[in-house]
Every structure is written in structure tokens, then in C-alpha cells.
Design a protein. Structure first.
Length: 77
């Protein structure tokens, strides 16, 4: 089992990277688009931090990869 602090640090790094990618792809966002981008990047960061053999993380990544914009985030995280 991994150290909880290292797990938290890895999640935060991936989440910040996802947020940076979201903001770089679209300059002007509405409040709802920002909310969706924050949630999406947090979900992808959490799923990629966990082992890929866990079913919920695999399903989340598969659903997120349906959109072309989300594919960019998934590939870079």
C-alpha cells in the first residue's frame, strides 16, 4: 500500500496538470464550463492515480475518452 501523502501529492499534481490543459484548450469559459472542467480533471486525476485494474476508474476513463477534448487531458495525465 502506498503512503497516503504520496498518493495525495500525485493526485494534486495530476489535477493541476488537467486544469492547466483545460484552461489552455479554451480561453473563455462560462461558470458551468469551468465547473465541468474542474470536475472532469479531478475525476481523471483520481482515476489515473488509482490502479487501472479498479473497475470504476477504468469505466470513468473510458466514458471521459468519448469526447475529443477529454482525450487530450487523458493522454497528458
Amino acid at each position: 500500500m502506498r503512503n497516503p501523502n504520496s498518493l495525495k501529492q500525485e493526485f494534486l499534481k495530476k489535477w493541476i496538470k488537467g486544469l492547466q490543459i483545460c484552461s489552455a484548450t479554451k480561453k473563455k469559459m462560462s461558470i458551468m464550463e469551468r465547473k465541468k472542467a474542474i470536475k472532469l480533471s479531478a475525476d481523471i486525476a483520481m482515476a489515473s492515480t488509482r490502479k487501472s485494474t479498479i473497475y470504476w476508474s477504468h469505466a470513468l476513463m473510458k466514458n471521459a475518452s468519448k469526447d475529443d477534448t477529454n482525450k487530450i487531458i487523458i493522454k497528458n495525465i
